[in-house]
Design a protein around this ligand. Structure first.
Ligand SMILES: Nc1ncnc2c1ncn2[C@@H]1O[C@H](COP(=O)(O)OP(=O)(O)OP(=O)(O)O)[C@@H](O)[C@H]1O
Ligand SMILES: [Mg+2]
Length: 303
């Protein structure tokens, strides 16, 4: 376990140590959320590095990462705890053949730790070796409002109640990161509990730094062309703009094919690493790729 960072710079360094290139604004909000013990709510387009922040934070702080992946229909039972029903049944069947005293003992034990399946929220509120864990509640926009309301309560007092066992309170509140792709608006009440940051596409310099960290095998000149092209591409009217994840993938593909620079032919061959919708790919057919490439190269020229 590492101590919490004591400044914005220290937070930047901590994230960088885990390979995450953060902007000053992001490092500031992460620092504040750690310092004030407030959950951090991150929104942004797909593949801009939201989930990775929680991973980098857990790695940098040497804490356990507990992830609650949200999906449509997620309910409290799958998020907090469940009773291991099959195991309870087996135990009951076995006990039927034993002495009455054993059966009595089992009745008392049926709803105890032995048959409890801890799901992420309960896990995050249970005592941990090595300090409070990082609790990542990923893609919150995929759940529905009742679950959100439930979450709001759990995050207000960091405790959960299991009727058969009582209330479990976190000895130390977990470090909570929530992410959303904004497919729907998350309720104000939940947002109000959190600090908020919109994770934007990175600047040229920052995306270069990300490539250096995540795809160091790409030569600098190739990386410069790749980043300039992707940045130019994001200015186009696309159904789904490429995220940082796509930039990294594309650079890796180009290296795997031994390309040292971009050309319209190379782009046409490898576009599937960058764009995932046929309509978008079609838009870049013909002279379009060349135009964007030329524009991106012009932007690279020193002025
Ligand atoms: N600033 C960054 N520094 C280092 N790596 C980054 C950065 N931004 C993105 N990445 C890399 O990009 C990839 C995608 O990031 P991540 O999965 O966190 O995106 P996301 O915003 O959660 O996307 P989605 O909305 O699709 O879940 C990861 O492999 C991550 O390592
Ligand atoms: Mg994610």
């Amino acid at each position: 376990m590492t101590d919490l960072p004591d400044s914005i710079e220290a937070t930047e360094t901590l994230l960088a140590g885990a390979g995450y290139v953060s902007s000053r604004a992001l490092a500031t909000v992460v620092f504040l959320s750690l310092k004030l013990g407030r959950p951090l709510f991150l929104e942004g387009e797909a593949g801009v590095g939201k989930t990775e922040i929680a991973k980098a934070l857990a790695a940098g702080l040497d804490r356990r990462l507990i992830r609650l992946q949200c999906y449509e229909g997620l309910d409290a039972a799958s998020a907090v705890y469940e009773w291991n029903f099959p195991a309870q049944m087996v135990a009951i069947r076995t006990a039927e053949a034993t002495a009455a005293a054993d059966r009595q003992a089992l009745t008392e034990e049926l709803f105890s730790d032995r048959f409890l399946i801890r799901r992420p929220l309960l896990e995050a509120m249970s005592p941990q070796d090595g300090g409070a864990p990082v609790l990542l509640i990923d893609e919150l926009d995929r759940t529905d409002e009742p679950f959100e309301a439930f979450l709001l309560e759990a995050l207000s007092d960091f405790q959960v109640t299991i009727p058969e066992l009582g209330t479990i309170t976190a000895p130390e509140p977990p470090i909570v990161i929530l992410t959303s792709n904004r497919t729907r608006e998350v309720h104000d009440a939940l947002k109000r509990r959190c600090l908020y940051h919109w994770v934007d596409y990175p600047s040229f310099e920052r995306e270069m730094a990300v490539l250096q960290s995540r795809a160091p095998e790409a030569r600098e000149e190739l990386s410069r062309q790749v980043v300039a092209f992707v940045q130019q591409l994001r200015a186009e009217d696309l159904f789904k703009k490429p995220g940082v994840a796509e930039t990294i993938d594309w650079a890796k593909c180009l290296v795997a094919l031994d390309h040292v620079e971009l050309s319209p032919a190379v782009i046409a061959d490898t576009l599937g690493a960058l764009l995932k919708y046929q309509d978008d790919i079609q838009k870049l057919q013909g002279s379009e790729a060349r135009r964007i490439l030329d524009e991106s190269k012009a932007a690279l020229e020193p002025v």
